[in-house]
Design a protein around this ligand. Structure first.
Ligand SMILES: C[S@@+](CC[C@H](N)C(=O)[O-])C[C@H]1O[C@@H](n2cnc3c(N)ncnc32)[C@H](O)[C@@H]1O
Length: 251
């Protein structure tokens, strides 16, 4: 079967938002935001940057729940148009992470990345760009997939390209951050939590079959179901995992 569209596309994000009941394109939706942000005190007066915000649900949640005055950006202009229409609170802009320092007019005390690092072709350059817009002592919170060592031997393919292009290797996180202007504070392993979220997500995809077929056809449904089923398989096999990573701006 030829995959009719890529999940890593605007259309893919729309299908996912349909399944997830909200503008979230990360595992665990609001539960994941609460988990990732639990160590970070709420402060509505602080400047917070959500990098790779997608459809803007996370940015809006963070502002609504008092974590800061949120600015958010994504490389996909249509996602940003949608985010602006749907979520009036945060400031949204369309830009590539590596161009962020030239586009942002302030420094941020907290920077978040929800399932974004794995998508970056040049992770050191992306993280360095975030360090350049970080206030002294700023905190970076990363929520992402991790490759526990063997994922790349049998990666998932999405419409001819990798579904998870660059999941960071668990044992490479500290050096990646250190080379990009950040000092690792803590990594929390959340592999089992990820498994639970993907069990629930695959069940939701099945439950929303009619709506997905209406949007992207029967082949489209099979593609989505196969990808997320494949992710769940790999999470269960332990070749993929989940991590929460906290770092401080170095220097
Ligand atoms: C899996 S989605 C997560 C979206 C959002 N953080 C969320 O949790 O709903 C990954 C996002 O990263 C964005 N992205 C990928 N490469 C990027 C880049 N170089 N600069 C900015 N955003 C990027 C994609 O457009 C996509 O919206």
């Amino acid at each position: 079967m030829t995959a009719p569209f890529a999940m890593n596309s605007f259309k893919g994000k729309q299908v996912l938002a349909l399944v997830r009941d909200g503008d979230y394109a990360h595992a665990g939706e609001e539960e994941a935001i609460e988990l990732a942000m639990a160590p970070i005190a709420r402060d509505p007066g602080r400047d917070l940057l959500d990098a790779g915000c997608g459809l803007g649900g996370t940015a809006a949640y963070l502002q609504r729940h008092g974590w800061g005055r949120v600015t958010a950006f994504d490389i996909e202009p249509r996602a940003i148009e949608g985010a602006r229409r749907t979520h009036p609170g945060p400031t949204f802009l369309a830009c590539d992470i590596v161009a962020a320092p030239g586009q942002l007019d302030r420094r941020f005390d907290v920077i978040t990345m929800f399932n974004v690092l794995y998508a970056l072709p040049n992770q050191p350059a992306g993280l360095r760009a975030l360090a350049d817009v970080a206030a002294p002592g700023a905190t970076l919170a990363i929520f992402d997939y991790v490759d526990t060592g063997a994922y790349q031997r049998d990666p998932l393919i999405d419409a001819g390209g990798p579904f998870l292009p660059h999941p960071v290797k668990r044992d490479g996180i500290e050096s990646l951050l250190a080379g990009s202007g950040w000092r690792l504070q803590e990594t929390k392993v959340i592999d089992e939590t990820y498994v639970g979220w993907y069990v629930a997500l695959v069940a939701k995809i099945e439950a929303k079959k009619a709506a997905i077929v209406a949007r992207v056809g029967a082949d489209g449904f099979d593609h989505v179901f196969g990808l997320y089923g494949g992710l769940l398989e790999r999470l269960r096999a332990g070749v993929l995992g989940g991590a929460l990573v906290y770092a401080d701006r170095a220097g």
